[in-house]
Design a protein around this ligand. Structure first.
Ligand code: ADP
Ligand code: GN1
Ligand code: MG
Length: 363
């Protein structure tokens, strides 16, 4: 990134103090995040929004403004600390919610939550409980927000049958000539294609309600207080839109009820962790505060499986298409990510009965 161009973008936001540094921050796969430090100890979060993924930035910013405003009101009502428990989208000096630079790249700024940290991997059951609680509260705080008024920032984001179709097309086209080396994983995923419609069918029959969901519930999208370890807020609101609670729970388990990183190369170091699963279950149901229907609770274990299946399709399709979507650090990165997801699917299949019994305790 051209340093000069970035300082120019920062200037457009008119932050308080002189800009001292702009440093890369966080480990997302889609956007590029920077922490801007200004004199007087002011920090800001600057993000280059990936416009290949988010094709309508105006709608993304509108969703974020609406949702954070609603959340701030809830925090105020319960006497919380707005400045640490919610972020705010900052406008430019001209009143715009983002800047488009000369290369057509989109930049936005958010308040930086001070003394916060996020985890790439949960260490204890309690970390998982807290993460579940954060996403559960997010869910219940937005329970009275009219979901249908939010923009759909990525159509069919968690529509697993559509993801399956895209995967099969990627196999058919074999654009990067990689199908041969992935034969085993392709066969594994094709054999399990029946699970793709598990959630969409139930939603289609009206068995699962549409709500405001986060849709990208990775552990590193929750900020914790650096000192006390308490939950501060949920971040990464680009994909907040109408959805199913199953998506949010499912992606939490997929990304966080594990023993290793999503891109662990040695599969001996990567496994499903049912104790962590129990922590997320406990936190999420508690955070949702009685708003979940029995059917929503019953589908939670299979939601974890289906969202893991969907993520396997997404990583492998991207690998087969020649790495057009996720940021990669080396050529096989998306294949390595696929392998952890496939292992997770195998381990969940072995433990599904137990996962179901554990969820039924919350009915
Ligand atoms: P991406 O879409 O690329 O995942 P995120 O919005 O999740 O980007 O930001 C990347 C990381 O930056 C997060 O995992 C979190 O650790 C940190 N972060 C995000 N928003 C804030 C904020 N407002 N204040 C402090 N840290 C933040
Ligand atoms: C992306 O942006 P990040 O890293 O939080 C992706 C998620 C995937 C995840 C896999 C908009 O999330 O859907 O589950 O990578 N976000 C988008 O790690 O596609
Ligand atoms: Mg993120």
């Amino acid at each position: 990134m051209n340093e000069h161009r970035m300082w120019e973008i920062v200037r457009r936001f008119g932050f308080t103090g002189e800009t001292e540094s702009i440093a890369p921050y966080g480990r997302g796969h889609i956007n590029e995040t920077y922490c801007v430090t200004c004199s007087g100890g002011h920090h800001y979060l600057l993000q280059n929004v990936n416009v290949r993924v988010f094709k309508n930035p105006q709608e993304v910013m509108e969703n974020i403004e609406r949702v954070t405003e609603h959340l701030r009101r809830k925090i105020r009502e319960r006497g919380g600390d707005e400045s640490r428990e919610a972020m705010r989208l900052l406008h430019t000096v001209d009143g715009l919610s983002y800047v488009e630079d000369s290369l057509g790249e989109v930049w936005r700024a958010l308040t930086f939550i001070p003394n916060s940290k996020s985890y790439e991997i949960a260490q204890t059951e309690r970390d998982c409980y807290l993460c579940g609680l954060a996403f559960g509260r997010f869910q219940s705080d937005l329970g009275d927000y009219p979901a249908g008024t939010l923009h759909v920032t990525i159509p069919d984001f968690h529509n697993t049958p559509v993801r399956l179709g895209a995967f099969l097309k990627a196999v058919e086209e074999d654009a990067a000539g990689r199908v041969r080396e992935c034969r085993e994983e392709i066969a594994f995923l094709k054999e399990r294609s029946g699970c793709a419609s598990y959630l969409t069918e139930r939603a289609g029959k009206g068995l699962l309600p549409e709500k405001v969901t986060h849709n990208d519930t990775k552990l590193n999208n929750v900020l914790f207080d650096k000192e006390t370890g308490q939950i501060l807020t949920v971040v990464d609101l680009d994909t907040v839109m109408p959805g199913l609670t199953a998506y949010d729970f499912g992606d939490m388990i997929r990304s966080g009820a594990v023993t290793g990183l999503e891109d662990e190369k040695n599969l001996d170091n990567f496994d499903f962790d049912i104790v962590k699963y129990g922590g997320y279950l406990r936190g999420f149901t508690e955070g949702c505060g009685g708003t979940l229907t029995d059917e929503e609770i019953r589908v939670l274990p299979m939601a974890a499986y289906v969202i893991t299946y969907e993520q396997s399709l997404r990583f492998l399709a991207d690998y087969l298409n020649g790495d057009k979507y996720y940021r990669i650090s080396y050529p096989e990165h998306n294949y390595v990510r696929t392998r952890t997801q496939v292992k997770l699917l195998k381990r969940m299949e072995e433990q599904m009965d137990r996962m179901q019994n554990m969820a039924e305790a919350f009915l």
